[in-house]
Ligand binder design. Sequence first.
Ligand code: 26W
Length: 822
Amino acid sequence: FRAYSHSEIARDAATIKNSVVMHLTTTFLRTPDSMDSGHAYLASAFSVRDRLLQRWNLTNEYHSNIGAKTIYYMSLEFLVGRTFDNALLALQLRDEYAGVLGDVGFRLEDIIDEERDAALGNGGLGRLAACYVDSMASSNYPGWGYGLRYRYGMFQQQIINGYQVEAPDCWLDSPNPWEFPRADVTYPVKFYGHLVRDPEVSYRYKWESNVVYDAMAFDMPVPGYGTENVGNIRLWSCKTNGLFDLNKFNAGDYQGATGGQVAAQILTDVLYPNDNTNEGKELRLRQEFLFCSATLQDIIARFKKTGKPMTQLPELAAIQLNDTHPTLGIPELMRILIDEEGLSWDEAWDTTTKTFAFTNHTVLPEAMEKWPVPMMDKILPRHMGIIYDINLFFLQSVEERFPKDRELLRNISIIEESNSQQVRMAYLACVGSHKVNGVAAIHSDIIKQTIFKDFVRIQGEDKFINKTNGVSPRRWVNECNPDMSRLITEAVGDRSWINDLTKLKVLESKVDDKEFRQSWWEAKQKNKARLAEYILATTGINVSPDALFDVQVKRIHEYKRQLMNILGVIYRYHRLKQMSAAERTKELHRVVVFAGKAAAGYWVAKQVIKLINSVAEVVNSDEEIGDVLKVVFIPDYSVTAAEYIIPASDISQHISTAGTEASGTSNMKFVLNGGIILGTVDGANIEIGEEVGEEQIFFFGCLAHEVDEFRHYLRFHQPKPDEALQAAFDMIQSNTFGDAHIFQPLIDAVLCGGDVYLLTVDFPSYVEAHKAVEAAYRQHDDWVTKSILSVSRMAKFSSDRAVQEYAEEIWNIEPAPVGKST
Ligand code: 26W
């Protein structure tokens, strides 16, 4: 047993070239003469992967040899994006591969572009999971992500006639160099069936069923940067070959022969494309259980190899629940411990609660997962029984401390007494965990005052903590912004900042350095030119990099208020149309960029996309307006698109109604790339403002504590749009952007639907904030100062800091760097 040391990775051009050619000829049966860029990518990727494998094997071997405590990050979503460039940077082989590929006539950038995103997530929650496993690997924490290997990831968004049209994301159609099938790591997962009570122990059961599917592991490497550690994301896929019915086939029943396979496969076929809405679909519940059962069986199997008693599980394993989606892991662990491992209820419960911790990511009521008791009882009879018992013991303990408070018991019960009864997953996750956290300071406060209010009273303040989100500096600065990264490296003196963002502080001393400022500005201009090319390629729209780039990219949702943004654009267009040509020449040129997907069933969000595209069409072809205003909707937003868009922004909008955006993470990415925020006093915007200073951020809008009162007022009073908002409505209603009927429901939601997201309240200060941004951008020198100072103060928002806090305060786990103690 010995370490492969860093230097043993061959980096000379001849060896790299040999390995690329070897994969080209033997893995893909091609010759160098017939190599296209697709095969150049595949052959290079397989060659890089070989180099990663040495470290990956060693990491796993090392961690099991030293019996390291491991963190298991359970998430139904991992929004990884591409891996090739990330791996090249982590192994510090980027220049070497660029050279080798250059020798045979390829540009590395084009080869990188051949890779398809692994888009196994919707938005913030899924990308956070990917950043956290990146940080665990780069900070040497033994940590695994667990998720599902969806055959179809986040749908591809096409824009047809201005409307979003969804197409399947067949990301596995071509070979995937970044996954390892592990046929030997397969677990049976049961559904339905009946229970047989143990004759001796009243709460122990045997669960019998003949509906059993196999979940098979696929492992994805997570290259650590500046370390030899390689992390792992283990994704489960339903295995179907055992389900082929040869007897039916032989009897000529071909559909019947494959029926079992179809029923199984569908479990891991598609990612549910909902972000913040709970549909309550039975297939989703079965997906969640398949995931939880396979994961818990795998964790237990690994633990049992140590030979330690099951009650010591929390000493070797910490399980983090990424929102409530994996909450069935709690009753599944209870079932395994009680029914299969023979623990008493109390031992099992103590072990379970010490192992699990839970992160809440949203306060929107429509996002809260609840499952009808009859559905759960049918699909998972044993788990329903366990949940009843967990609830019973919990309520009994509360009753002892707060006797006769029927209302309290009703409020905190894991079972909601509606018609039909529902299992409240957030309550189950809370009761089954030793720590519960929100994802930004304001959000963590809000959940303590709202959904978990009674739980704070019962279980104590200390259980409820804050862990402000963070983003990976590897992907979100070093990889996506090479020019700015080069400048930072020069200022810091080396690349250490990539694993330690506190080093960014030195930029502060560069703020008066003329040459540095000039380079900083040029880097941004170059990124804007790159985005302009991307916009031209994806939309056919020509934009000038000299304009102010004003960007809002995120899932389309009413609470995120893309509608307010486009209404602001319409108002701007209205004003420009009223000006004389001479007046217009004095206006600041602006490109307003939107991107984001709407859940397939979210009609209002889809109408907002249509409105944006209709406005874009009219404004962009208005010759009077020319370059003064351009509006762009970039289709098919993705991690890769974000890597083009974010480094190119001057101002980005994070304008949720106060109190609704739990944290936001793109806000952090924009500022880390030298962009400035126009935002509400919400989520992590607040903490970003605290760090960078009020000169460096443009806040507007009402405050979270004022929202309830405004909403209450607007339920009973007609909302009153100010003149600006009214002008925007008038422009829509006079058919300026096509048939106004299409958009009337959007206006009605504001004027007749109680204006739940408070557009009429915030619009006046929103318009003012835009004016302030414009004035500031015209002060070119001050703007560069703001940009440099902001970046220098962003250390807090590294996911390395976040993961370290989780490790110290929740997981009780320490770094175990591979190679250091061998
Ligand atoms: C069951 C349907 C469903 C699916 C996804 C409900 C809720 C979700 C997620 C929790 C939504 C989500 O992605 N939330 C986002 O999480 C980010 C990471 O913490 C935060 O930065 C965002 O503010 C929050 O909206």
